[in-house]
Write a protein that binds this ligand. Sequence first.
Ligand code: SF4
Length: 116
Amino acid sequence: MRRIRPDEVARARRDPRLLDAYEYRNEIKGHYRMSGDDWLRRGNCADADPEVMFPEPREPVDDALRLCASCPVRTPCLVRALEARDRHGIWGATAPRERRAMIEAWKDINPLAVGA
Ligand code: SF4
């Protein structure tokens, strides 16, 4: 697995999806529960083929990202993935590689994240 470059992490820090996740995480901090994934059942991918949401490396991710684009729980989904440092599959409209960069940025801006 190729290492994440510093410029990718720097770009991730400015990514509006990450900034939304950070804001959301701060708003709900005391109420967030990793196990309370009711929101996941409201996601656009609730009935999707798992192979779409967890593509093999180098497989296209466009179908999954299309589902995420209009998903009503996109931000909590990304928060969950960042806090769990989940590097696999599509979460919160992010592909694995870009999320790996976001996870590095998340450690800096949110050192109390689960697993830190
Ligand atoms: S943002 Fe994407 S991965 Fe997350 S629940 Fe919605 S459709 Fe599924």
